[in-house]
Design a protein. Structure first.
Length: 289
């Protein structure tokens, strides 16, 4: 293995045999060479140094064992920004960008004349949702909660790096928000909570179940434990009107919709589906008194 193209061919073959994404080798090599894709592909006959080859082979082999590429390179792109990630936080997914987009679209309509909009992100992890919302809309006053101090540390680092004004709170779901309720009620509540049913955990890819934090995945026997708790606890904390935005697991749309309708009978509740027809998000809009 001497040239870039040889390294890419070896990585593709190795990862295919290991049952991993064959394109991961390109991401790793781009990272180590600090090159955009177009630059890498225009330098296929670039000679790699011994150190570059050694690091590249090590990371490809680690990914072959199941370590996510994002943990190897230390970041993931989300909504056009780079977020630091490690084993203490769930890797941001592209579908979560759609949740952010849905919030921004609805907020523009619901809070058009409001100068300050209180936003709360529960289970913030890397801070991707909270930080993105804070950066995308100046009117958003964003608070983000996580039960794990280790996750909050990463989220705070991301906020500093991206110069986002977010208040981070340590605690269990809405408890820290309830403790500061005198500062104002919630206009927008967003959460991408753990939603994988316990029985489904073992069916997940080893890249997910063996490396990403279980506290960010497991949602109880039916995957709905955290939705039940959030919906039960949020009612006294919501402003009117208010927007609730949940990311959900495929097949959970009707159940989460029913939970919201029972708690907020006059709210408009909408299940949003992805391009493959799978339910991926639920939005609820409460009305003025």
């Amino acid at each position: 293995m001497k040239f870039v193209y040889e390294a890419l061919n070896w990585a593709s073959s190795f990862l295919k045999e290991a049952g991993r994404d064959e394109n991961a080798g390109e991401l790793l090599l781009r990272h180590h060479l600090n090159m955009e894709r177009a630059t890498l592909l225009s330098n296929l006959r670039l000679v790699l140094s011994e150190e570059q080859k050694e690091i590249f082979i090590h990371d490809v082999e680690k990914h072959g064992e199941g370590v996510p590429v994002q943990y190897l390179i230390g970041y993931e792109e989300f909504y056009g920004r780079r977020f630091k990630v490690n084993k203490e936080v769930l890797i941001p997914r592209p579908e979560t960008e759609e949740l952010v987009e849905g919030i921004l679209t609805r907020a523009k309509r619901m809070f058009a004349d409001q100068k300050e909009i209180n936003v709360v992100d529960i289970g913030t992890g890397s801070g991707a949702i909270a930080i993105t919302l804070a950066l995308e809309k100046a009117e958003f006053k964003v608070s983000a909660v996580d039960i794990a101090e280790e996750s909050l540390q990463i989220a705070k680092e991301n906020a500093r790096a991206l110069q986002a004004n977010v208040e981070f709170l340590h605690g269990d779901l809405l408890e820290p928000i309830a403790n500061k309720a005198e500062e104002g009620k919630i206009d927008i509540l967003v959460s991408n909570p753990p939603y994988i049913p316990d029985w489904e955990i073992e069916t997940l890819s080893p890249v997910v179940k063996d490396y990403e934090p279980m506290r960010a995945l497991a949602g109880g026997s039916d995957g709905l434990d955290f939705y039940r708790r959030l919906i039960s606890d949020m009612q006294e904390l919501l402003n009117t009107p208010a927007l609730i935005a949940f990311e959900i697991g495929a097949g959970q749309g009707e159940d989460v919709q029913n939970l919201l309708k029972q708690a907020l009978p006059y709210a408009k509740v909408e299940v949003v589906y992805d391009i493959n027809g799978k339910d991926r998000m639920v939005f609820a809009e409460t009305k003025e008194d």
